[in-house]
Every structure is written in structure tokens, then in C-alpha cells.
Design a protein around this ligand. Structure first.
Ligand code: SAM
Length: 238
């Protein structure tokens, strides 16, 4: 009997009352055709809201599979802090890379930020693509929660929306070391686009409670900065 991980980014077909999950469409195709799943196989089901189940394939037909839920897990492979990342809008491929890294490293949600030095535009098409990238990255890394990718918004609005967070961090070469974080903390994390933040923007963020955090002497690309700070945060709390 094989142990397979299958990721369902919808909780609609997982019935906790009956203890049965029904897979159809792309998820069934993945289990039955790509992974060659069959009755008796053990599967890990994930719903994208942080929940996971060990389950067993009970019944298969051409394009559907019924699974029996066995054991339930809360916050499956999720960190004990929520990182809300505000990332200056990057060119398409760079944004995709940053997003894949952020999702795999445990980010809670991502907001593309419109800042002074942003040159790339944001659109509904980019939004849809970003959400598809997040789904694929969530499945790839096997975490339980699917991070939400918001529409782009102005830097100032995003900062004000996070004004009550206990940690508000701004990545800047002029910053200090990452402060000590506590379990359950909510962290707003601002990272600049290719051109960085302007001096005015950094000053305004600091006046509004953001702490500048440095990643060292060398200037990193935005996607490397995202990966580096999230690794530091997760190694502190996980
Ligand atoms: N020309 C920009 C400048 O000099 O600020 C470079 C911006 S860098 C490509 C993009 C973003 O990554 C920065 O706005 C900052 O948020 C983050 N970053 C890059 N290197 C960093 C470092 N060593 N420490 C802290 N943040 C860094």
C-alpha cells in the first residue's frame, strides 16, 4: 500500500460528519492517473485552511475517488506566527519567484505594494496568476494553509491596515537585527521592489511604528531578501 500526499484546496468535498471525502476533477485526476492511487492506499488530504487528514482510498471509479478520513491534524505544517508580507510590485518572473519562496517558507498572506519606485504594473491577470502560483507552491511544499494574495494597494494604505500589529518590520540596509518574536505573533513585513523604498517612504514607515531590519552589508534582490528574512523568522519560532 502506497502513502501518497494529495492536496485539495477546497474543503467542500471533505465531510467531517460522515468521515468521507470525495475527489473529482483535477484532484481525482492527480490521485488516480498521475499518482496511480488505488483502493487501500493511504493519502494525506489538505484543505488549504490549515487542516489535514490521513485518509484511505475506499472506492475509485473512472474520474472520482471516495476516501475514508482516518486521523485529523490542525495547523498542518504551519508556523506559530502569521507573517503578512507587503512586497513592492516586481517584474512578473521575479514576483513569481518571491511568491513561491514566501509560500514555501510559511508566509500567511501577500500584498503587492504600489510604491514610488515600482515600474511594473499590476492587473487582474497578474492577480489571477499570483493566486495560481500560490496554489501550486502550497501543494508543492505540502503545507496546510493556502496564503491569500491580495490585489495591489498603495504602501500607505497597507501600513495603516496593519497599524495594530505587535511587530511591524521594514527591510532596509540601514536597519537593526531581527527582534525577538513570540509564539502567536502577527508580523507585518515590508520589502521593497527592485528600486527599493524611497527615503520619504522609509521615514514615514518608521514614524508609523515600523522597525527597520537589516539582512547584512550586501544589497539583496527583493526575492532573496524575502527568502532570507522568512528563513530567519521561521528558524526563530519553529
Ligand atoms: N536600489 C535599492 C536600494 O538601494 O535600496 C535596492 C533595493 S533591493 C533590490 C529590494 C529590497 O530588498 C529593499 O527595498 C529591501 O527591502 C530589501 N533588501 C535588500 N537587501 C537588503 C539588506 N541587506 N538588508 C535589508 N533589506 C534588504
Amino acid at each position: 500500500m502506497a502513502q501518497i500526499e494529495v492536496y485539495i484546496i477546497s474543503s467542500e468535498n471533505i465531510d467531517r460528519d460522515t468521515g468521507i471525502a470525495k475527489l473529482s476533477g483535477p484532484e481525482a485526476h492527480h490521485l488516480l492517473r498521475v499518482r496511480r492511487g488505488k483502493a487501500g492506499d493511504q493519502v494525506v488530504l489538505i484543505d488549504g485552511a490549515g487542516n489535514a487528514w490521513h485518509a484511505q482510498v475506499a472506492l475509485v471509479s473512472k474520474d472520482t475517488a471516495h476516501l475514508t478520513l482516518l486521523e485529523y491534524f490542525e495547523n498542518w505544517r504551519e508556523p506559530p506566527v502569521q507573517v503578512h508580507l507587503g512586497l513592492g510590485v516586481l517584474k512578473k518572473d521575479r514576483f513569481t519567484q518571491a511568491l513561491e519562496l514566501a509560500v514555501a517558507l510559511g508566509v500567511y498572506n501577500v500584498t503587492p505594494l504600489l510604491t514610488r519606485y515600482v515600474v511594473a504594473s499590476w492587473s487582474d491577470t497578474r492577480s489571477e496568476r499570483a493566486n495560481r502560483v500560490a496554489v501550486a507552491a502550497t501543494k508543492q511544499c505540502g503545507r496546510g494553509y493556502l496564503p491569500e494574495i491580495s490585489n495591489a494597494k498603495p504602501l500607505h494604505r497597507w501600513c495603516i491596515e496593519h497599524k495594530d500589529f505587535n511587530h511591524k518590520l521594514l527591510l532596509s540596509t540601514d536597519g537593526e537585527k531581527l527582534p525577538y518574536l513570540g509564539m502567536g505573533d502577527e508580523i507585518a513585513l515590508a520589502v521593497g521592489c527592485e528600486g527599493g523604498f524611497s527615503e520619504d517612504e522609509e521615514e514615514w514607515m518608521i514614524e508609523n511604528g515600523f522597525t527597520p531590519v537589516s539582512l547584512g552589508l550586501r544589497r539583496l534582490r527583493s526575492e532573496a531578501a524575502v527568502a532570507s528574512i522568512l528563513s530567519q523568522i521561521m528558524s526563530q519560532v519553529e
